[in-house]
Structure formats: structure tokens, C-alpha cells
Ligand binder design. Structure first.
Ligand code: ZN
Ligand code: ZN
Length: 363
């Protein structure tokens, strides 16, 4: 499998376009035309992870956190420079799946949920896809012509259906001025025409084409139409919410969490006497989703990187938060390895990194 094909598969399964606008995903270092000798999944691409790939004869690292992120100004012997140089010197490809993996329904939060045995997991916040509802008023005799023009341009389609229209008939009325060049009717005389209202949906990027086609092909001098912006829920979204098998005390939940994720320490903000059943998770650093988790009846919200004032706010608002450290996202190494094995049909060596890239020492 060449890198181009791997990128196509990844783009189909975890679309790069579903990542945040500030993010940096896809092929960060490498060449699209080389054969992938194997894939190593990692949370962070550290020097140890690069060495691990070299030792294993693997030339492709798929990491969650982008190595090149804030805008690299130079590649020298300082900072991340040596890692970038080593990747290039050893022809190792580096691919980042970051927020596009976070918003995947089986993404990083889901993987943490699986580790703690959460049931009935659903998205905490579904993403929304903008689209347009177009309604256009056409004389009955011109309806089929207009539909065929839209069809020729692959408009009015869903995933599996094409030529998706609704039409209803009614009476249209207008009075042309003496300067008009009417398709039907005469100046200064009220005209009544049997018209069809044609309705269909298009994606946001198609709306300019639709307007152009209406203006080019509608028989009227001044076509009548509306393009109404709408939103529908996407299959992707951030975070998950689900239930534990049994209601549990905070103490026993935390003890089990630390054991299952091999976390030496976590930090809790909230009521220590609380017993919990519904748990929401947003992997990484996402304390801003705590209120949404509470609104959705979560007894406990799991995330990482909670700061002092955010913790105080949560305490004031009566929200229970467990700061499970940003590094708890490391479960994506095995989680992504398993997903890749189901997504890639051809035989290829897929391994998860054994390196612990947590920068903290717990003392
Ligand atoms: Zn993440
Ligand atoms: Zn992260």
C-alpha cells in the first residue's frame, strides 16, 4: 500500500475536513508515492517513537498530536528540529489524525469509554452540517427542463439517491412593467401562470452553482427562488456520554479508572459523596464541555488539563469533574491500531507504540 492510498483510506474513514480549522492533520512529513512498510500508531511523535519505528522497520507513524503545529520557523538542532531531521533522514512518513479522530464516533473519547466499560455510548455533542434548501418557481412546462439541468450537474442528491425533488403546483401572478421583456404576458397586464414550486437540497459549496444555473436557464427575466440555509446533524461529534453497569461511588470508580488506565494519579473536583452512573468523556483538554455534560445529566465529566480557575468555576456550578490527565488519550494507540486493521484490507504490519510519552512525572 502506497502512502497516497493510505491517506485516501484515512480521509474516507476519519475525514481530514472534519478537523478543526486551527488543526494540522494529514501527511506532515513524507512522500505520497512510497510504499508503506508498516504503520506505528502513537500519541506523540517523540524521538523515542521515531527510534522505535526504525528498530521495527516501520516507515509510517500515525500520531494523534501533530508534531508540526504552531508554525515551524526553522529546523535546527534545537527543539523539535532533530526529530523532524531524523524522520526525513530515515524516509519515515508522519501522518497526524488529531481533531478528526476526536470527533469520530469511535474516536479517542469512545476509546477511553471502552477502557472503563461504559455502555450505550453516544456522542456528547453532535456536529452539524450546513446545507441549503432551494425552492424555485417555474412555469409547469419548464419543470422537467430545469430538473434535468440540476441533474446534469449532480445537484439534488443525497448519499445514495439522485434526482431528489419535491414539487407542488399553484398559481403564480405578476404584472410586467413597460420596460420588461417578459417570457410570458404583456406590459401593464396582470398575468396568471400555472407554476410548479420545485424544492431540493444542496450542499453549502454548491449554492453558487445553483444560483448561476437558475439565472442562466430559468425562462423568466427575473426568476423567483429562495435559498434557505439549514443545518442537519452529522454522524461525527465531540465527546461521548454513556452509563456504567452499576451505580458506583466516586472512590471506587477512581480506583478502577487508575488501574484500568495505569494512571498513577488523577484530580477530582466535586462532591466526594456522589455516586455515579452516567459518565461523559472528552479526551484531551476540554473542560469547556463540562456544563454540556451536566446538562445532559452526566454525574461525572472526564477530561484533562483542567486549570485552577476552571476547577473553581466547576465547583461553584456543582459539576463533578475528574481530570484524568491529557495523557489518558494514549489509549488511542491500541484503539487506532484496531480501527486500522478493520479499515485496511491488504496485509500490512500495524503496531502501536510502546513508548510512554507523558511529559509528567507523578510524585
Ligand atoms: Zn484528542
Ligand atoms: Zn490531545
Amino acid at each position: 500500500m502506497i502512502i497516497r492510498e493510505l491517506l485516501n483510506t484515512l480521509d474516507e474513514k476519519v475525514p481530514f475536513a472534519s478537523s478543526e480549522s486551527w488543526d494540522n492533520v494529514g501527511l506532515l512529513i513524507g512522500s505520497k508515492e512510497i510504499e508503506a512498510s508498516g504503520i506505528l500508531t502513537a500519541l506523540d511523535c517523540t524521538m523515542e517513537v521515531v527510534d522505535e519505528a526504525i528498530e521495527q522497520g516501520i516507515n509510517t507513524i500515525v500520531a494523534h498530536h501533530p508534531l508540526i503545529f504552531k508554525g515551524v520557523k526553522n529546523i535546527t538542532d534545537d527543539s523539535y528540529g532533530p526529530i523532524i531531521k531524523k524522520l526525513i533522514q530515515h524516509d519515515i512518513n508522519l501522518i497526524a489524525l488529531h481533531t478528526n479522530l476526536d470527533v469520530h464516533p469511535q474516536g479517542v473519547s469512545y476509546m477511553i469509554g471502552q477502557h472503563i466499560g461504559l455502555k450505550h455510548m453516544r456522542l456528547l455533542e453532535e456536529q452539524e452540517i450546513p446545507y441549503y434548501k432551494v425552492q424555485i418557481f417555474v412555469p409547469d412546462k419548464d419543470v422537467e427542463k430545469m430538473k434535468s439541468i440540476f441533474n446534469q450537474h449532480q445537484l439534488a442528491q443525497t448519499n445514495e439517491y439522485s434526482e431528489v425533488f419535491f414539487q407542488s403546483q399553484g398559481k403564480g401572478q405578476f404584472k410586467p412593467s413597460e420596460h420588461a421583456q417578459p417570457h410570458i404576458g404583456q406590459a401593464n397586464e396582470t398575468e396568471i401562470v400555472y407554476e410548479t414550486k420545485l424544492e431540493f437540497m444542496v450542499e453549502s459549496h454548491e449554492i453558487q452553482l445553483v444560483k448561476k444555473l437558475i439565472n442562466d436557464y430559468h425562462p423568466y427575466e427575473e426568476p423567483v427562488y429562495d435559498c434557505i440555509e439549514m443545518k442537519k446533524s452529522a454522524p461525527t461529534g465531540l465527546g461521548i456520554i454513556g452509563e456504567l453497569d452499576n451505580e458506583q461511588s466516586i472512590q471506587s470508580f477512581v480506583a478502577e479508572f487508575k488501574e484500568k488506565l495505569q494512571m498513577p494519579a488523577v484530580r477530582y473536583i466535586g462532591d466526594l459523596k456522589q455516586s455515579i452512573k452516567t459518565v461523559a468523556i472528552v479526551g484531551g483538554a476540554a473542560v469547556e464541555y463540562a456544563q454540556l455534560a451536566k446538562n445532559k445529566q452526566a454525574d461525572l465529566f472526564l477530561t484533562g488539563d483542567v486549570k485552577h480557575h476552571e476547577a473553581l468555576d466547576a465547583k461553584m456550578d456543582g459539576i463533578n469533574i475528574l481530570d484524568v490527565n491529557h495523557y489518558s488519550e494514549y489509549v488511542m494507540k491500541d484503539g487506532l491500531k484496531n480501527l486500522l486493521k478493520t479499515w485496511i484490507a491488504e496485509p500490512i504490519n500495524i503496531q502501536s507504540s510502546k513508548i510512554n510519552t507523558d511529559p509528567y512525572e507523578y510524585m
